[in-house]
Design a protein around this ligand. Sequence first.
Ligand SMILES: C[S@@+](CC[C@H](N)C(=O)[O-])C[C@H]1O[C@@H](n2cnc3c(N)ncnc32)[C@H](O)[C@@H]1O
Length: 261
Amino acid sequence: MSPLEFDASVGEQLEIMYRTRDVRRRRELVTQALGVTPGERVLDAGCGPGFYVSELLDAVGSDGSVTGVDGSPEMLAVAAHRCEAHDNVAFHQSDVTSLPVQDAAFDAALSVQVLEYVPDATAALAEMHRALRPGGRVVVWDVDWATVSMYSADPARMARVLRAWDGHLTHRSLPQTLATRLRSAGFQDVGMQAHVFATTELTPESYGGAALPVLERYLAGQDEVPVDEVEAWAADQRDLGARGEFFFSCTQFCFTATRPA
Ligand SMILES: C[S@@+](CC[C@H](N)C(=O)[O-])C[C@H]1O[C@@H](n2cnc3c(N)ncnc32)[C@H](O)[C@@H]1O
């Protein structure tokens, strides 16, 4: 099993998924937790296609700035294009465990569904801590993929599919250790909120419905589950959707913390 590659093809899927109702709801929750005010300097560690960067530029206004860091050149190209009308934005291609930014240069930092892909997630948190000024705020959001519940009349096949999907990332249940990791990276006032993304409708506006084609394409490129079994699983999910019997639920976690003043 190999990790999900954030290339142009995945970028196209994210471009669609990140405009959907549930992912927009997630951005609202993150933005609310971050509480950015005009004039602030914000760092997005693992900015992907730049939806957060673009929206945060509106929140910080012309007196503030936003910096996006990502390891994928394809994602950064999309993000830069999205934000090309602004001159108070910067993008850097880098691993989040070695951020190419000055110490204490930011008022707030976020990392949304990134650290679950990073083997040394604590090192990335320590870098965000270094990049924040004393009193600066961080928001970290990750999915606990062990909480995924999807209905199927063939639970054994569903279990094989979800086990293979776990290979797309490094940490299946990163939220379980995020509070401890934040504290070991030097943060204080660690808070956590859990958010359920659940649906009984197979609509692309839901997280489960939008994730289905992403799972399908990833699994088709792996040897873990035979291609015909992946196709049968996906067809079954669509049939369930057409009959009104689809069910998907997962829990995602929003962590907040501050760098001690
Ligand atoms: C699921 S996307 C999330 C993008 C963005 N945070 C959002 O929620 O809109 C994960 C992003 O993390 C980036 N990423 C994963 N591991 C990384 C690492 N070690 N260093 C830098 N970027 C990384 C990927 O390239 C991808 O753009």
